[in-house]
Design a protein around this ligand. Structure first.
Ligand SMILES: Cc1ncc(COP(=O)(O)O)c(C=O)c1O
Length: 410
């Protein structure tokens, strides 16, 4: 039989918009022994995780827990549980992940209406509010931080407008949670989906979500309908109104996360340890200092890239602090630069999708990866690699510019 080598992944400096490097404390937490999912020791850990998630999401919602699966499992759980066939869902799209919301909402049988903004920009809140008043949707679904374009959509006014009109707003905060302010209650967001593998620096495989009683009411109403329908044979045509997914049904998931602990799936024990440790690290640092740390390293990175003479992509006024997009200089093979960064320096930065493929690189400064060491390593390495590719960069300035930012901070 063929023999397989020991698992020995290379240590990397990961500066992509996710997954990013994981704090060694989280990795250690993942190696602890498994507990049974109804063991009181484990259910205590579940409750503590819920408490910490409420802090992270800045909410008093009862429901804040992780869905097992990558971030899109959280998005699908919320959308499939909330959207009933025929519901009108407005999706303002300004990058790739808006299309993901569209696709999932369509699968749920929604009547989807979209408004689109050219990539690199975001909506003025008034444009979304006008669309709300024109279309009169039941639900608005929107991305907070678009990793595909490196932009951030302000949500406070849109959230307030939805609440005033009794419309539900569902937010993909996968890229922002733990790195940028996400004020669930203050901005009146009804459901928010986060990610683990970005600013929280936990491996991919869970999606923390939160939702309020407005969402719960809609979810439970459907559950009642479902119970009613089960008692009728043959099933009436309106059967489509029940939640199609068992795994991602919030009404069942919340029963499992409630004190009743109704059995649903088998909890992903090691991932829960990881998430709990990641949350502990984030809250020990403090949310505000953590956001400030992300801003500081963004500033140093941007200063360095600017000093090198590189051009940024997108409207600077809505730049997502944790993702920096740079235009690939004319005629340069962007993939060759990325390969050399990885092979020679062990540094990974990201390419891009769709219309931006081959046009921009995306640099993530998220969570544990967001550090002075990483920013300085990348600036030095990128300068060297660009020079190797005969790009006319202003050599010797980038690191000095970044060091100036750090010196000012002392
Ligand atoms: C903004 C945003 N939403 C959703 C997702 C989907 O997350 P996942 O790949 O964990 O399912 C991503 C992943 O990159 C993302 O950046």
């Amino acid at each position: 039989m063929k023999t397989y080598g020991d698992l020995n992944p290379s240590p990397r400096t990961i500066l992509t918009p996710g997954p990013v490097e994981v704090d060694p404390r989280v990795l250690r937490a993942m190696s602890f022994p498994i507990l049974g999912q109804f063991d009181p020791e484990f259910t205590t850990l579940m409750n503590e995780t819920m408490e910490m998630l409420r802090h992270l999401f800045q909410t008093h919602n009862q429901w804040a827990y992780p869905v097992d699966g990558t971030s899109r499992s959280g998005i699908e759980a919320v959308l499939t549980s909330v959207i009933e066939p025929g519901d009108k869902v407005l999706i303002p799209i300004y990058g790739r992940f808006g299309y993901l919301l569209w696709e999932i909402a369509e699968r749920c049988g929604a009547e989807v209406v979209t408004i689109e903004k050219e990539w690199g920009r975001v909506f003025d809140s008034s444009e979304v509010i006008e669309a709300i008043d024109r279309e009169k949707p039941d639900i608005v679904a929107i991305v907070h931080g678009e990793t595909s374009t490196g932009r951030i959509q302000p949500l406070a006014d849109i959230g307030a407008a939805c609440r005033e009109r009794d419309i539900l707003i569902i937010v993909d905060a996968v890229a922002t949670i733990g790195g940028v302010d996400v004020k669930t209650d203050e901005w009146m967001l009804d459901a928010v989906i986060g990610g683990t593998q970005k600013c929280l620096s936990v491996p991919s495989g869970m999606s923390p979500i939160t939702y309020n009683d407005r969402v719960e009411k809609k979810v439970l109403r459907r559950k009642k309908i479902e119970r009613g329908l089960r008692d009728q044979t043959p099933a009436p045509a309106s059967m489509g109104r029940t939640v199609q997914s068992n795994y991602l049904d919030l009404s069942q998931l919340q029963d499992y996360w409630s004190p009743a602990r109704l059995n649903h799936h088998t909890e992903a024990t090691s991932m829960l340890y990881a998430l709990r440790e990641g949350l502990r690290i984030a809250l020990q640092e403090g949310l505000e200092p953590r956001f400030q740390r992300h801003l500081l390293h963004e500033r140093a990175l941007v200063s360095g890239l600017e000093a090198m003479g590189l051009t940024f992509y997108g409207d600077a006024s809505c730049k997502l602090p944790v993702v920096t997009c740079i235009e690939i200089p004319e005629g340069l093979d962007g993939e060759s630069v990325r390969s050399m960064l990885l092979d020679a320096f062990g540094i990974e930065i990201a390419s891009s999708f769709g219309p931006l493929k081959g046009r921009i690189w995306r640099i993530g400064t998220m969570g544990y990866s967001c550090s002075r060491k990483n920013v300085l390593h990348l600036l030095g390495a990128l300068e060297a690699v660009l020079l190797r590719h005969q790009v006319d960069v202003r050599a010797g300035r980038a690191l000095q510019a970044a060091l100036d930012i750090y010196a000012d901070k002392k």
